[in-house]
Design a protein around this ligand. Structure first.
Ligand code: HEC
Length: 142
């Protein structure tokens, strides 16, 4: 019994495990480096409409109530995927129709944005919806 698990067995498991997981780490790092450039869509931020929409998203503090890709506040729905869930026409009409005044529902303020501003925001939300987040967040409305 006592010889079944010897010091050398323990040493081999330790070194073998170390080498195995180090190689695994290298392989996964290599895989990540291969995939990242295909996922990087930041070049699109040089598109003036998307850039303007991002600016409007920031100055109006949409993230103070909403999440974008799971990050932000949990007062209102996730918007990273709202373009795919609702489409551009719904988003435009929604922003113009606020506040709904529906009893018992959380309210979104009226931002008094121009048609151009709303189009820019929609372009930004379209851009956000096309980022490959590996289906994050798992709950589509956040
Ligand atoms: C004070 C909090 C607040 C802020 C700030 C805010 N929203 Fe909202 N928003 C809400 C709430 C609450 C809802 C959901 C209301 C409901 O379902 O009745 C909502 C819903 C939405 C929806 C519809 C989501 C869906 O799944 O149907 C869109 C699109 C949206 N907001 C866009 C924006 C944009 C763009 C901004 C920034 C310009 C913004 N919101 C800022 C509170 C906010």
């Amino acid at each position: 019994m006592s010889s079944a698990f010897s010091t050398s067995t323990a040493r081999n498991i330790f070194f073998g495990g170390t080498v195995f997981f180090f190689l695994m780490f290298l392989a996964l790092t290599f895989d990540t480096q291969q995939q990242l450039p295909q996922r990087d869509q930041r070049a699109q931020l040089s598109n003036p409409q998307i850039a303007a929409g991002k600016k409007l998203w920031e100055v109006n503090n949409c993230i103070g109530c909403h999440t974008l890709m799971g990050e932000g506040a949990y007062f209102a729905p996730e918007l990273g995927n709202v373009y795919k869930r609702r489409g551009p026409e719904f988003i435009k009409a929604w922003i113009q129709a606020q506040p709904t005044g529906a009893p018992g529902r959380r309210q979104m303020p009226q931002f008094n944005l121009s048609d151009k501003d709303i189009d820019d925001l929609v372009a930004f939300l379209k851009y956000a919806s096309e980022i490959n987040t590996a289906n994050w967040p798992p709950n589509i409305e956040g």
